[in-house]
Design a protein around this ligand. Structure first.
Ligand code: AMP
Ligand code: GLY
Length: 422
């Protein structure tokens, strides 16, 4: 089978690594890919949001399976584009329709969707520039902290946790005046939930689903979960506090009604759903939906998945997921992300990376890297994800940290405390 994978981060390197192990994978193209994916398939310099170019390439190369890594092409409707074109419509696509992707593309849509189905989530209200005054009055009535979220995609920056009503009012005004461009033309104001977060992923076709290994990511730049939010500084799997009882609630209260809801609204959905959850007391609540796999969670979830990923994705497409027994690696896995100095604020690119050959006992997934005349250079904030197995999380993290010292580039920074709270 000829596969085209869209995206170029650590998540996509992990996808490529896992798909490459499948006997079903005959040819693998990654667009645009990175220096890591170049070793597993053919990188193609295409922009995943340029559907015409992606479609043209897919036709030329007789692609049979399109796997969409990031959310943006999905929210923009790549699924619908392929289905609307006669010569593309038979290509299997892993990724939801534009309507299904609204679960991530619009926070207001997702909140309404959950409220209508009694899916546990924080109480909320939504405001736009016409209802600013109502919004300011609403904020006056809220306990702090107050959570403000840009409705649309804001590159992971659209969530603000305000410690005072005054701060929340200033931010609401700023967001509605375009702080995050069109993404914050509508703002969701949410109750703050106090608990511990975890990430649940399913592969689904809207009816059947399989739960992948449970993970937890570490978003803050600083140790002890301090400082600015990032795309993710590390992740672990499994998650000790997520027991059978909690997962039963997740499946019955969250996963099943979400799938029923997608069917009710007529949103075709073959792909991954990422449930960003928080455990408050003994109960799970939805913080957010994503219509794709998580990054850096994928870098621990796929290494712990022993089942054939390509087979699993095709089974979702063919509605034979129920016939597959999902097998998890009993070992723990952890990933530690090496980032560019300055990240998540301004940082430099183009630094030479050395020491990747010396990595032992970890899988170095490339995130922001590129090949320049045969030399691997930094090309983003998150640079390398070092994933290791271990008897437990602590052992896995220790191996990643040993290797983190060997990989060198100017300005390298990483957290040494991934998994500290488990
Ligand atoms: P997001 O960009 O939607 O993943 O949100 C970023 C982070 O903000 C989440 O991972 C949570 O840590 C935090 N967050 C979002 N919504 C809430 C909430 N209602 N209560 C507490 N924390 C939240
Ligand atoms: N790790 C969080 C995300 O992928 O959005």
């Amino acid at each position: 089978m000829k596969i085209l994978l869209l995206g170029g981060g650590g998540r996509e390197h992990a996808f490529a690594w896992k798909m490459k192990q499948s006997p079903l994978c005959e040819a693998l193209y990654i667009a645009p890919g990175n220096a890591g994916t170049a070793a597993l398939g053919t990188n193609v310099p295409l922009n995943p949001n340029d559907f015409e170019a992606v479609g043209k390439f897919a036709r030329q190369e007789k692609i049979e399976l399109l796997v969409v890594g990031p959310e943006e092409p999905l929210v923009r409707g790549i699924y619908d584009y392929f289905k609307e074109h006669e010569e593309l419509k038979d290509i299997h696509i892993i990724g939801p329709s534009k309507r299904g992707a609204q679960l991530e593309g619009s926070k207001a849509f997702a909140k309404k969707f959950m409220m209508e189905r009694d899916i546990p989530t924080a109480a909320y209200a939504e405001f736009n520039s016409d209802t600013l005054d109502e919004g300011l009055a609403y904020l006056e009535q809220q306990p702090t902290p107050i959570v403000l979220k840009a409705d649309g995609l804001a590159a992971g920056k659209g969530v603000l946790i305000c410690q005072s009503v005054e701060e929340a009012k200033d931010e609401l005004r700023a967001m509605l005046s375009g702080k995050f461009g069109d993404a914050s033309a509508t703002v969701v104001v949410e109750e703050f939930l106090d608990g511990i977060e975890f990430s649940v992923f399913v592969i689904t076709n809207g009816k059947q689903y399989k739960v992948l290994p449970i993970a937890k990511d570490y978003k803050r730049i600083g140790e002890g979960d301090t400082g600015l939010n990032t795309g993710g500084m590390g992740s672990v799997s499994p998650v000790s506090f997520v027991d059978e009882n909690l997962m039963l609630k997740v499946e019955n209260w969250i996963i099943s009604p979400t799938l029923t809801g997608l069917e009710e609204i007529g949103a075709p959905y073959v792909g991954f759903i990422f449930f960003g959850l928080i455990k408050v007391g003994n109960n799970p609540f939805v913080i957010e939906y994503n219509c794709r796999m998580g990054d850096p969670e994928t870098e621990v979830v796929f290494p712990r998945l022993q089942s054939d990923l390509v087979e699993l994705m095709l089974a979702a497409e063919k509605s034979t997921l129920d016939e597959i027994q999902l097998i998890e690696d009993p070992r723990a896995a952890a990933t530690v992300i090496l980032v560019s100095g300055g990240y998540p604020e301004a940082y430099e690119k183009g630094k030479t990376i050395t020491g990747l050959d010396a990595v032992e006992g970890s899988i170095p997934f490339h995130a922001g890297t590129k090949l320049e005349e045969g030399v691997v250079k930094t090309n983003g904030g998150r640079v390398i994800a070092l994933t290791s197995y271990g008897a437990d999380i602590k052992a896995a993290v220790a191996t990643s940290l040993e290797n983190a010292e060997k990989v060198q580039f100017k300005g390298k920074y990483y957290r040494r405390d991934i998994g500290f709270d488990l």
